[in-house]
Ligand binder design. Sequence first.
Ligand SMILES: Cc1cc2nc3c(=O)[nH]c(=O)nc-3n(C[C@H](O)[C@H](O)[C@H](O)COP(=O)(O)OP(=O)(O)OC[C@H]3O[C@@H](n4cnc5c(N)ncnc54)[C@H](O)[C@@H]3O)c2cc1C
Length: 399
Amino acid sequence: MLHYDLIIVGGGLVGASLAVALRQTGLRIALIDAKLTSSDDPRLFALNSSSCQFLENLKIWPSLAAHAAPIHQVHVSNHGHFGVVRLRREDVNLPALGHVVPACIIEAALNEELMALPNFTLYRPAKLKTLCQKNNNVQLIIATANGEKILQSPIVFGADGPDSTVREQLNIHTEIFDYEQSAIVVRTTLKRSHEHIAYERFNVDGAIAMLPLTGNECATIWTANTKAQSQLMELSDEIFLQKLQHEFGYRLGRLQLTSKRHIFPLRMVRAKKIVDQGVFLLGNSAHTLHPIAAQGFNLALYKVAMLAESMMEKISKNEVFTASHLQEISVQIQKQQATSIGISHRLSALFSSHSFLPSIALQLGMISLNVTTPIKKRFIERMLGKTGCVPRLLLSQMI
Ligand SMILES: Cc1cc2nc3c(=O)[nH]c(=O)nc-3n(C[C@H](O)[C@H](O)[C@H](O)COP(=O)(O)OP(=O)(O)OC[C@H]3O[C@@H](n4cnc5c(N)ncnc54)[C@H](O)[C@@H]3O)c2cc1C
């Protein structure tokens, strides 16, 4: 049996971020991931300013900076309707509302850091088979290329994605909502500058986000019902570009060309609880969100910052971080994040609805958001992860 102070199941962006955030704790950490690293994730993530600051504090940002495009303004509109919402960096006195960074660049930077971590064991490729809680310890059986291994630790993090084995082993009740939508992700080249404006345009079927990338490129995330998106995937590049131009309009001028398209089916997965004795769920295994509000990774990084900070604080006082501390943190996190998760889910449900009423509500909401500055400021701050209890790891003065 192999003993660790802490085990992380799942080495995606969230599990890897947690391992890196804990590098100064001196804890013996094991990370288990089912797949070899590939760094071929085609997605392009909008990171809010708190997430960017956190990655800066983890010393990851220098590897991302050259690939990160700042967002100066967010422009939200509804096809065929009156009313536009503009969220500007000036509204919250920040140099940028966030940055758009390719997921593969974040993954590569985190993996490079993992290789240099002290007291760290990486099991990859290795798959969690079973998990059981016994006498204040959690025992895991994992399958590796060299056969099965038994690992044990008082604290385990389940960051093993939407179909989490950790969650399943603990029989945690999970709410699953199939949006019956898919997202097409593609890079679009423009004829002119995007001026660092992130556009989100809603239409009857879904939404099109055009997020600024470095150079004259945009990250296009086009969500609509799965049947329509599968048909779009079949089109030639030329016809696809025409459809995109028609649906998005000319706010970014004439679109020039698009890269290879990738499609992602969308569903919401929400664990009814995120902590069970010494086990804590993080990232997609705790909540998988619709990408409409670009919140999934941002919210997960907030949790990672809270956890890392709390553990470092206990260690600096020579105290042991226990399962009951996990319980306390989960209460704080759930209070802070319930609203953001709710907004994200309600927005996606609203925009996947065809009814007349949501469309009116949407217009009124958009108009009031645009003119009511304090409401707008609160909305932006929530989406930037700047309300409630903010871990110092998310603040600029920390490191
Ligand atoms: C189209 C799209 C666009 C998005 N855009 C944004 C955005 O702009 N901003 C934002 O904040 N979020 C965005 N998100 C959300 C973001 O992708 C997720 O929040 C993030 O990827 C969650 O990462 P994770 O590490 O929790 O999970 P995953 O990426 O699902 O990783 C889980 C890991 O666990 C491993 N694993 C699974 N089972 C086992 C097992 N049994 N044993 C061992 N290992 C296992 C897997 O190999 C994998 O590496 C977007 C999502 C989509 C679909």
